[in-house]
Design a binder for this molecule. Structure first.
Ligand code: ZN
Length: 309
């Protein structure tokens, strides 16, 4: 018999009753006064399994910081509209944005369902693979082309093993040396990929994939990928951690590319203390996600080769 489900801290019905649609003025006042937004109560419910998501408060904090940026005086009318869409996201009228901690959770559940097929396979045939795709500064090179070329090259490299499958997602980091410290190893990789050392922020697309490679050793997969993507530390191929259950590992791997952008640790916990620099960086990241990670254009960032038998 399965153990009884833990009762959620807040029943969904209660959070739904407390939910209010906010106007721009009201949203700004909540953020300025440090008052929780009505939707924040859902983080303590079991809506879409949120209560079991150990990262829900981190994601909620990112949403709050992004809303603060989207409603600041410099933000445009489109940004205000997006802020309202995200803060008023509700059942039947979901915003679909990954900045929204509820829609992020729902999207993660769809992505993880793809990985469930790898739950029972031999662990020696399953690898976690990260490839840094490239660096783009002030719009060059253009990301769509860079990502398309990467996908073609990766698929060609792995196609020598027709049984191999993979599933993952491209994440675009915003790297800004003026608001966060870049680790030396990372700086070396970015330099090898052509980053011009200057104060201009970089966009760094990279992919996280679960690769299933029956009949082929992990080292062989790594060898071919490292020959295709040659910059220093551009490719990492690793075994799964054996210290936790397989499904828990797959869940974590499906969630990893959906985490908030790297600059989050630099953003103050209390969003009222965000500087103009934080707000500008956050607005940039949200605009970038609107361009590349909008619910209707997500196909560019998803990268799956799943064979149904
Ligand atoms: Zn939403």
């Amino acid at each position: 018999m399965s153990p009884p489900k833990a009762r959620p801290a807040v029943p969904i019905a209660e959070a739904t009753r407390a939910h209010r649609t906010l106007s721009l003025g009201r949203l700004r006042r909540c953020l300025q006064n440090g008052v929780p937004l009505p939707k924040e109560l859902f983080a303590d419910t079991d809506l879409a399994g949120l209560q079991k998501n150990a990262y829900r408060y981190r994601d909620r904090k990112y949403e709050r910081a992004a809303l603060r940026a989207l409603t600041c005086v410099k933000a445009t009318a489109e940004e205000h509209e997006l802020a309202l869409r995200v803060c008023n996201c509700e059942s039947g009228n979901r915003c679909g944005r990954l900045v929204c901690f509820i829609c992020n959770q729902k999207y993660w559940r769809r992505r993880r369902s793809l990985l469930k097929r790898f739950e029972e396979v031999d662990p020696s045939t399953l690898s976690w693979c990260t490839v840094v795709i490239g660096v783009s500064q002030i719009g060059y090179p253009i990301l769509e082309g860079m990502i398309g070329r990467f996908k073609a090259e990766f698929s060609k490299t792995i196609s020598r093993y027709p049984e191999a499958q993979w599933s993952g997602r491209i994440e675009i980091d915003y790297v800004d040396g003026t608001i966060e410290h870049v680790k030396p190893e990372k700086a070396t990789t970015l330099a090898a990929l052509g980053q011009i050392p200057c104060e201009i922020a970089s966009l760094v697309p990279h992919v996280h994939l679960v690769v299933h490679h029956p009949g082929v050793r992990r080292e062989t997969i790594a060898f071919h990928l490292k020959r295709a993507f040659v910059a220093v530390r551009q490719v990492q191929v690793r075994a799964f951690r054996t210290t936790r259950a397989r499904l828990a590992s797959l869940d974590a791997l499906a969630r990893y590319p959906l985490k908030p952008p790297l600059l989050l640790p630099a953003v103050p916990k209390d969003v009222r203390k965000c500087t103009a620099m934080h707000l500008a960086a956050l607005r940039y990241v949200v605009r970038m996600r609107e361009a590349f990670d909008h619910p209707t254009s997500r196909g560019l960032l998803e990268f799956d080769c799943i064979r149904d038998r």
